[in-house]
Design a protein around this ligand. Structure first.
Ligand code: ADP
Ligand code: ASP
Ligand code: MG
Length: 403
């Protein structure tokens, strides 16, 4: 088999763990497989580099951030390849560039445009174990780019697609995808199989065990994706097509996103086109808007509330200021002390009452719901951040996910 194995930050967190990874990769190779490894930076490294940059600037230039951040993954890739060679394997470390990963030019959150697998295919043919530095590529000018936080998952899936791997294994510090973050609810249960759709919702709604774009890509390229632990041999979770899953639970999991901020626009001119103007400007500023609620206000004005990722808040504020200056809205209020809890499950498509149960669970715990949004397979609620864990545990309990 041709297998891509991705190891996250904790799995390569120190030199002993890198050796542990080398042992696992070596065993996979010796079992007769071809292996391409994708690695993250050692845990804490990327944050450390971000903090270094912020020592000099609150708004460091993005191309330079990519130069800086991409170095973390290169360190691990080189060290792992060195360790594998020492064990007698023919191994080669590759940067994103060498692996042929071409992205657009959105520095610090670039999208992969294409992968030229020539160099990787050649090395595989020569029997080499390739170790690719995750999280990075180059744009068409050859400048290094990074793929957004958690982006090594995306590197792994994209590489697996490009070389037509039989399997893509994501090794992390938990044994698979759980019904909710096991760090919040110790009664969370490991899921054996989950559909791409549900996993995509879970990841997009805050379950950072897989980066959401990696799931999107896996679905698109039909990559067989497994999440498992690098610290034991327990079988992990298979992420696959919905039709491959016999037993479809009503609710599969609860996700929590603490990385949200709410923006309230008060006294917005009530005229056709205003929402389009505001949200187009936000999109141009690359602000990712999530939930939107509009209420009718008084005297020809309306109120619009929406949420964005905390990291996009400053960019959003700049856009909003322009509208205030032009008299198109009276006031703005920001709240960073919110979070979003979501109930996810394909079973909702065919069952009523799932949302009602979520709302009554909040009511029983005296938690006020600020905003609600739903889709076919999820119900999301914005609540005060201090209730985040309580909400997750109560919902987990209400849908009997520990059973
Ligand atoms: P890595 O460094 O390997 O990429 P991450 O820290 O990005 O690992 O992701 C693993 C973490 O995701 C786990 O330690 C866990 O706390 C968290 N997590 C959140 N939601 C879930 C979930 N539903 N199932 C499993 N893990 C989850
Ligand atoms: N090192 C990067 C991060 O911490 C990418 C990754 O680990 O996936 O976000
Ligand atoms: Mg991760």
């Amino acid at each position: 088999m041709l297998i891509v194995q991705k190891f996250g930050g904790t799995s390569v967190g120190d030199l002993e763990r890198i050796q542990n990874v080398a042992n696992r990769v070596s065993a996979t190779k010796k079992a007769g497989n071809d292996v391409v490894v994708v690695v993250s930076a050692m845990s804490g490294e990327t944050n450390k580099l971000v903090a270094y940059a912020e020592h000099f600037s609150q708004n460091p230039s993005r191309p330079e951030m990519d130069m800086l951040l991409s170095s973390g993954e290169r360190v691990t890739a080189a060290l792992l390849a060195i360790a594998l060679k020492e064990m007698g394997h023919d191994s080669v470390a590759m940067s994103g560039r060498k692996a042929g990963i071409v992205t657009d030019s959105h520095h610090t959150k670039a999208r992969i445009e294409e992968i030229d697998p020539t160099a990787m295919n050649e090395a595989i043919k020569e029997g080499k174990i390739i170790v690719v530095a995750g999280f990075q590529g180059v744009n068409e000018n050859g400048d290094v780019t990074t793929l957004g936080r958690g982006g090594s998952d995306l590197s792994a899936v994209a590489v697996a697609g490009a070389i037509n791997a039989d399997l893509c294994e994501i090794y992390t510090d938990v044994t698979g995808i759980f019904t909710t973050d096991p760090r919040i609810e110790s009664k969370a249960k490991k899921i054996d199989k989950i559909s791409y759709e549900e996993m995509l919702e879970m990841a997009s709604l805050g379950a950072k065990v897989l980066q959401n774009r990696s799931v999107e890509m896996a679905k698109k390229l039909n990559v067989n994706l497994v999440t498992r632990s690098s610290f034991c041999d327990e079988e992990g979770t298979l992420i696959t097509k919905e039709e491959n899953i016999m037993e479809k639970p009503l609710v599969s999991g609860i996700a929590l996103d603490k990385n949200q901020a709410r923006i309230s626009l008060i006294g917005v001119s009530d005229r056709p086109g205003i929402a389009s103007e505001i949200f187009n400007k936000l999109a141009k500023a690359e602000v990712n808007v999530d939930m939107i609620v509009q209420n009718r206000g008084h005297g020809g004005t309306t109120n619009i509330d929406f949420t964005v990722a905390k990291g996009d808040l400053n960019d959003a504020k700049d856009v909003v200021k322009e509208f205030i200056k032009e008299g198109d809205l009276q006031d703005d209020v920001y709240n960073e002390k919110i979070c979003k809890v979501s109930v996810v499950g394909v079973g909702m498509k065919s069952h009523a009452g799932v949302a009602a149960k979520a709302f009554s669970t909040m009511a029983e715990n005296n938690i006020n719901i600020n905003m609600i949004s739903t889709s076919e397979i999820k119900v999301s609620m914005v609540i005060e951040e201090k209730y985040a864990e309580l909400a997750v545990r109560s919902l987990h309990d209400a849908y009997e996910l520990d059973k």
